[in-house]
Design a protein around this ligand. Structure first.
Ligand code: ADP
Ligand code: TYD
Length: 214
């Protein structure tokens, strides 16, 4: 991993768990506290990556083979790194991303066969950067899917894989968090937006203080 003076925070979790809401709220809080913050999302976050986003999120669930999908998400991420994330981290900013490589590890690595080793190899070769802190917004997939579906967008390719996939993804995020306790923080997302945001705020400021002193 390349050393950089910035701080990289990501939000992960199943569809509809509240990641975008919480990423935005944390960005507001940290900006208000005087930090220089870049708020971004995946798939997307740069012009080229946003174009790839519509290729992967719209259309038939079987549109891409699992292997092609890994390449598309990684291509989008590489563009996002080159154009936005690496420059911001090198400039000492706080980057907050709504989803990142852990989503590929689970959605592409676990959902249609076991492709985790390929995902990890490609990540190491082409991306090589891990977040400093990852918040998993955890919740029951039934609630998350109902929230996600109420949005009514055309980006439903993954939501169309159904609740079984979301159950597997939820377990996958919790397993990742258990394996990397130094990076992950699991937050209960079934509470009100304000209650979740308050936890995220306090935990993030705590980690930032630790990073500054360590
Ligand atoms: P994600 O990015 O994980 O898909 P969003 O932040 O877009 O989730 O939230 C999905 C929907 O649920 C949105 O309509 C949002 O306003 C709503 N929502 C987010 N957090 C909560 C919460 N804690 N309680 C109730 N509704 C929420
Ligand atoms: P997102 O827009 O974050 O959806 P939501 O707000 O519903 O959580 O992401 C869209 C979908 O893309 C989501 O179902 C997960 C999927 N995805 C992957 O499969 N692999 C990835 O690497 C990323 C970043 C997202």
């Amino acid at each position: 991993m390349t050393a950089h003076p910035g701080i990289f925070i990501t939000f992960e979790g199943i569809d509809g768990s509240g990641k975008s809401t919480q990423a935005r709220r944390l960005a507001e809080v940290l900006t208000g506290a005087g930090f220089d913050v870049v708020l971004t999302r995946e798939p997307g976050g740069s012009e080229g990556a946003e174009q790839i986003r519509s290729l992967v999120l719209e259309g038939d669930p079987d549109r891409w083979s699992p292997e092609t999908e890994i390449l598309l998400f990684t291509a989008a991420r590489r563009d996002h790194m080159e154009k936005r994330i690496w420059p911001a981290l090198k400039a000492g900013k706080i980057v907050i991303s709504d989803r990142f490589a852990d989503s590929t590890r689970l959605y592409q690595g676990l959902s249609r066969g076991d492709l985790r080793a390929q995902v990890d190899r490609l990540h190491e070769m082409m991306i090589g950067t891990e977040p400093d802190v990852t918040f998993v917004i955890d919740m029951d997939p039934g609630i998350g899917l109902a929230r996600a579906k109420s949005r009514q967008t055309s980006e439903e390719r993954f939501e169309d894989f159904g609740e079984d996939l979301q159950l597997k993804m939820r377990q996958g995020f919790l397993d990742l968090a258990r394996t990397h306790p130094d990076r992950f923080i699991v937050v209960n997302g079934t509470r009100s937006m304000d209650a979740v945001a308050e936890d995220v705020r306090a935990l993030a400021l705590d980690r930032l203080a630790q990073t500054a002193s360590g």
